[in-house]
Every structure is written in C-alpha cells, then in structure tokens.
Design a protein around this ligand. Sequence first.
Ligand code: ADP
Ligand code: MG
Length: 348
Amino acid sequence: MLELNSLIKTYDSFDFGPVGLTVGNEVLSVLGPSGSGKTTLLSLIAGIVDPDGGSISLNGERLDGRSLQERRTGLVFQDGALFPHMTARKNIGYAATDPDRVTDLASLLEITDVLDRRPPRLSGGEQQRVALARTLAADPDALLLDEPLSSLDAPIRRRLRGELHTLFKSLEIPVIYVTHDQRTATALGDRTAIFRDGTIEQVGSPMNVINRPATRFVARFTGNENLFEATVAKQNEDTALLRVGNGCLRSATTTAATGTTVTLCIHPSRVQVYAPGGGVNTHCRNTASGTIDQWLNEGDEYRVEITLDEVSITLTTTIRPPNFDQLDLEADSSVRVTIPPDAIHLIG
Ligand code: ADP
Ligand code: MG
C-alpha cells in the first residue's frame, strides 16, 4: 500500500499539494491538464524530487531519505528513456532481480522477437514495452507510469492499453498511471484522481467521476459540456423539479434544498434523440421537442448540438453513426429529445 500524507512541494511559480492519497493494490489513474502537477506527484514518490512537507510510505515504511534504488518504486516515462547503445535484452536485464524474468516479461509483453535490437531499431510501441519490461524486471513494490502511451499512434495505443489492463491486474502492487487522456484513465483505472493546480479535485471510480462530477472543472475535463444554471423549484424523496432556461426538467435525485441555485450537469452520452413522433421513451418525463443546430463527425460518433425549443437551452449529445444515419438529420431538423431523470446530476 502506498500512502501519501499532506505531501507538499513548492516551486517558484507552482504549489503542489497538500495531497493526501492512499493507493492499495489497484490502478489509480491520474488525469489532469498539462501543468497540474502530475509529473511532480510521480517525481516525489520516486524520489527524484524532495518534498517540502508531508510524508510517503510504501507497505508501512517511510520512503523519505531513501535513494531512488532503495525505494523500489518503478518509474516509466513518456519516452521510455532506454539506454540507446544496449540491446532490448540488456536494457531489460539491467536491473533484473532474476535473469529468467527477462524472458518471461518479453514473452508477456510480446517483444521476444526484438530482444536483440537496439532502441533506434524498435518502433515506438516496442520501445515502450521494453521500458515497461525493464522497470518490471527490477520487481518494484509500486509502479509509476508517466503518460507512457501518449507519444504513440491511436491504434497501437488502444492495443497496448488492453495489454496493460491485463498486466496491471496480475501485478498486485499499487500502480499510478498518469495521463491527460480521459479514455485511457477510464479504461485503466480502478479509480481516477483528477488533478487541478497541484491538488486533487476529485477521486473516485472512473464512472463516478464522469457521471457525478463534484465540480464544473471535473465535468468539463471529463467531456461534459452540458452545464446549466438551475433553481430547485420543488422536490420530494425521489425527484426534484428544476427550473432551467425557460422551462423545467426533473432529476431523479437531489442534494440541494428547494430555492437554491445549482449547476445541472448532463453527460452528452446520456441525451437520447428520436425522430419527431418517433419511439420516444414514454416512461421518461423529460421529453421535449428540439431543433438541430449543428454537428461534428468525429468518426466513432457525431457530436450534435440541439436547442430544446420550449426550455431554450442548447445541449450537446453524442450519437453513434448508425443511429445518426437513421435519424436523417439536417440543420434545423426537428427532433424529440429525452433526458432520463437519473442522467441529471447536480453540482451544489
Ligand atoms: P504535469 O505533469 O501535470 O504537466 P508538472 O508536474 O510537470 O505538470 O508541472 C507542474 C508545474 O510545476 C508546472 O507549472 C511546472 O512549470 C512546475 N515545475 C515542475 N518542475 C519544476 C522545477 N524543477 N522547477 C520549477 N518549476 C517546476
Ligand atoms: Mg507531466
């Protein structure tokens, strides 16, 4: 178990922390914009940078004052940082605790065939796998990864993401995986921590962070553009009536008192769009007519902007290509829009 207690680092123009965090034998993905302190977090744990306050323990023992080697924290960088003059095999074996580990890890990471090549003759994906194997060969007690896939092309990134998921599960040590890519954070993390300006803004399961953002910052950073100011008009135990724009919407839960102003948050993937008069979900009370403003074809989905006619708010929604084709939309097309009450989250 990795425990960070009120960890602080002060640079001239940046304050990191205080950060308190416990990571068990799980993958914690750390997500945050550039400059939010993600690399600083890993550097402090690995011992590259000394903290100005707080403490770090790994399996109950304080890491403070220990050298990089003594910490037994494996660190993998964005660029792999391999020794260029050594073959992949020598790179992996460099700090190996057991020579057999090199062959085992090479087979696990599917790099057996390239073991006798030097880094300049390896592809980006192969270099990253060699770097990971080199770190794992030292049998670390915790694994720290700093955007290891960010320099790779999308197809290889997706494939490696799947392989890493399986690998991390088998390690049974704390893994901290830093990324600025929300999909990677969601796919790999048992939990996700969102960093902002050197501190943790929210930590929770990836789906919780996406569907129940604690702040507007987290909502935006996890791809949720649908944020509206609303007033709680009325509520009972299982539903709240919210005034928003010129109309109202119902949410399945409410945490705010009647009369208070809240931010209403609807994830684009949860907005349902139907042809006018089409098969609308009649169990849902948040059904309204809308007009298509514009859309963007992002390949795997369309991002569509729709203005709700009476409520007069503009929602962003994502629609899969087959559904989009079926709707046969044009700018100014009329549609029916349903927002399930449990898709409406309130930020207090
Ligand atoms: P991220 O990895 O999230 O992009 P970093 O942890 O690398 O962010 O950096 C966070 C902030 O700390 C940045 O503003 C950066 O300029 C500053 N910083 C990082 N390292 C140093 C350093 N050695 N000296 C001064 N400032 C630093
Ligand atoms: Mg960084």
